[in-house]
Design a binder for this molecule. Structure first.
Ligand code: IPE
Ligand code: IPE
Ligand code: MG
Length: 257
């Protein structure tokens, strides 16, 4: 496998072995499209927000396990640029959960040596949430464990448009020739600039689509689709997914051996 965290700290190494996983076959960057909260709630006759609340619990648990396994990057698609279309009450409910998550979790994340980051159009979020995000990023910036990335008001097409606009400005200013634009330059103008591309894009709830997530970055990601609804995604489900990833043969256009 490639894209492997090569220097797992001894406790992470032990946790990985104890889970029956191969430390040499872990993703460097696991990206998850957390889907199915609404269906989880509907199946129980509960309001959709109850599913989102339970989904937030699943996030807390997952983050702990990823940190424990020494996975370097975890990106969670939490709110898409298209999710603003949802009924106001649901959007407000989700923003309330996000606010509470930021208020209650950051100290715990910091203690776990987790570096917190947000990608997406954060300017669309409320001022107080933007402030909480900035404070959380600042507080955890020097941590060296898991980098936890929340994709909030994130849309890959929007991100690519912004990159194109910035490069076009450089061309207009005369500091960049169009033919000098490289793949690396485009990557550098995305919000994920300093992160490795995802090795895995995992989506829960049985849907098999990207829904505008990491269109550029997922060029060579392994896709894993599971039927589990997000609120039910637990440690066992994570281990099963990591094992499936470990069995994949990544060729990147080359040939075996
Ligand atoms: C994922 O669950 C959470 C967000 C998109 C914010 P959904 O809310 O999409 O749940 P389903 O797809 O309706 O079951
Ligand atoms: C994708 O889920 C976005 C997130 C998980 C945050 P959606 O539920 O919004 O996607 P569609 O509408 O089913 O494609
Ligand atoms: Mg959905």
């Amino acid at each position: 496998m490639t894209g492997i965290p090569s220097d797992l700290a001894p406790p992470a190494h032990q946790a990985v072995l104890a889970a029956g996983l191969d430390p040499a076959a872990l993703p460097r960057h696991l990206a998850i499209i957390m889907d199915g909260n609404g269906r989880w709630a509907r199946a129980r006759g509960l309001p959709r927000i109850a599913g989102h609340r339970k989904g937030a619990d699943a996030v807390r648990e997952l983050v702990t396990h990823c940190a424990e396994f020494g996975i370097p990057y975890l990106t969670l698609y939490s709110f898409s640029s298209e999710n603003w279309k949802r009924p106001l009450a649901e959007v407000e409910g989700l923003m309330g959960l996000l606010r509470r998550y930021l208020q209650s979790e950051i100290d715990t994340l910091h203690r776990q040596n987790i570096r917190f980051r947000v990608i997406g159009t954060r300017e669309r979020l409320s001022d107080d949430i933007q402030k909480l995000i900035a404070a959380s990023e600042e507080k955890t910036a020097q941590n060296s464990g898991l980098t936890l990335v929340l994709a909030l008001s994130y849309g890959a097409r929007e991100e690519l448009v912004q990159a194109a606009q910035r490069l076009a400005c450089a061309v207009r200013a005369g500091s960049l020739a169009p033919e000098a634009i490289t793949e690396a330059m485009i990557s550098q103008h995305l919000t994920t600039a300093d992160m490795p591309d995802p090795d895995v894009v995992l989506r829960t709830s049985g849907e098999q689509r990207l829904s505008n997530f990491m269109l550029w970055q997922a060029a060579y990601a392994e896709f894993i689709f599971v039927d589990t609804l997000w609120p039910d995604f637990d440690k066992t489900a994570l281990i099963t997914a990591l094992r499936a990833y470990g069995r994949r043969d990544r060729r990147f256009g080359g040939v075996d051996g």
